[in-house]
Design a protein around this ligand. Structure first.
Ligand SMILES: NC(=O)c1ccc[n+]([C@@H]2O[C@H](COP(=O)([O-])OP(=O)(O)OC[C@H]3O[C@@H](n4cnc5c(N)ncnc54)[C@H](O)[C@@H]3O)[C@@H](O)[C@H]2O)c1
Ligand SMILES: Cc1cn([C@H]2C[C@H](O)[C@@H](COP(=O)(O)OP(=O)(O)O[C@H]3O[C@H](C)C(=O)[C@H](O)[C@H]3O)O2)c(=O)[nH]c1=O
Length: 324
């Protein structure tokens, strides 16, 4: 089996590749993996160091918007797992163009190449942010929830989702979509709240908590996210969407408190700053579809996963340079 993994040098994609090569996913055991990654600020080829020497792994530095390269790379491919994206909400607020280019145009370029190559399955890795924002007492989202993205990042991912579904309905391309919740773990570029706060606190710097700190996120360990994606790659039905949530809902204040406790620090390290523009209040996922259909169950207890993540950043301080 030949698998193309786009964005495989980033946070979640590199975890997927490392785990796949280590045969953690029965449906993908023994597969040849071709990683396609542009190596933006968020991608590090070194994230794949533990598996790069494996003869089943090939690395191609390239842009998913490059039509000729994608046509070439996707030939004779059984499965595409599409992680590559611009992924950070704050960056999409200060400049949306690269989000539209990579997340929308890049996805369309890949879909066209996948159609031409007659790939066996195309798994598009998406996000719960496409559903919008929930009130404190709102019911967690199922896959039937209408799309209502708020940030430019979420809008670009929702656009990509619609294109993926359109290629299924129009051309019969065998696609599946996963929609993951906020993911944490090692190897994440320190711009999202957990790696940013941990890196700063370890360096003795204060952390910026947006607004009232009462926004809620549904936390998912990267190991569980990737297991969900692998289950969908192995057994997901063409044309179907699967939510992949972690089930640990926390306000940003609660999350920050846990990080301070793990590091033996106090509230004086927290700086309250202006709120993010258009800040989504709460994300929460109903995962009964993937649990019932494919046996998905998040396995990493949040407190254990968070402690191990803090420990990993402690052992890898300065990995992304001082300014990250
Ligand atoms: N991080 C989360 O909490 C989260 C949650 C749900 C879904 N997702 C989705 O999961 C996927 C992976 O997210 P992540 O957090 O690992 O992102 P990331 O930013 O860590 O990694 C993205 C990777 O894509 C590569 N890339 C970017 N533009 C490219 C292009 N034009 N061509 C080729 N490669 C390119 C980067 O070099 C990087 O290696 C994304 O599609 C994201 O939308 C992320
Ligand atoms: C960076 C930062 C964030 N925050 C707040 C803002 C959010 O309420 C929460 C999480 O923010 P973060 O940017 O880490 O993640 P989201 O905006 O929820 O989006 C993330 O989860 C989804 C599912 C994806 O799909 C995205 O790729 C991923 O970036 O912490 C702060 O208070 N201070 C900060 O410095």
């Amino acid at each position: 089996m030949r698998i193309i993994v786009t964005g495989g040098a980033g946070f979640i994609g590199s975890h997927f590749v490392r785990q796949a090569v280590q045969n953690q996913y029965p449906a993908l055991a023994g597969a040849e993996l071709v990683v396609v990654d542009k190596l933006t600020y968020a991608g590090r080829k070194e994230n794949l160091a533990p598996v790069l020497a494996d003869p089943r792994v090939r690395f191609v530095q390239g842009d998913i918007c490059d039509t000729e390269l994608m046509r070439d790379v996707l030939r004779n491919t059984d499965l595409v797992v599409h992680f590559a994206a611009e992924s950070h909400v704050d960056r999409s607020i200060s400049g949306a163009a690269e989000f539209v280019r990579t997340n929308v145009l890049g996805t369309q370029t890949l879909l066209s190449a996948a159609l031409e190559a007659e790939v066996g399955k195309f798994v598009h890795v998406s996000t719960d942010e496409v559903y919008g924002s929930l009130d404190a007492d709102g019911t967690p989202w199922t896959e039937e929830e209408p799309l209502s993205p708020n940030s430019p990042y979420a809008a670009s991912k929702a656009s990509a989702d619609l294109l993926v579904l359109a290629f299924h309905r129009t051309h019969g391309l065998p696609v599946c979509l996963t929609r993951g919740s906020n993911t944490y773990g090692p190897y994440q570029y320190p711009e999202k709240i957990i790696p940013l706060f941990v890196s700063r606190l370890l360096a003795g710097r204060k952390v910026p908590l947006y607004g009232d700190g009462a926004n809620v996120r549904d936390w998912l360990h990267v190991d569980d996210h990737c297991h969900g994606v692998a289950l969908v790659a192995g057994g997901g039905e063409p044309g179907e969407i699967y939510n992949v949530g972690g089930g640990t809902e926390l306000t940003n204040r609660e999350l920050t408190g846990r990080l301070l406790d793990l590091l033996g620090l106090d509230e004086s390290m927290v700086e309250r700053v202006a709120d993010r523009k258009g800040h989504d209040r709460r994300y929460a996922m109903d995962i009964s579809k993937i649990s019932g259909a494919l046996g998905y169950k998040p396995a990493v207890p949040f407190d254990e996963g968070l402690a191990a993540t803090v420990d990993w950043y402690r052992r890898h301080q300065g990995l992304w340079g001082e300014d990250a």
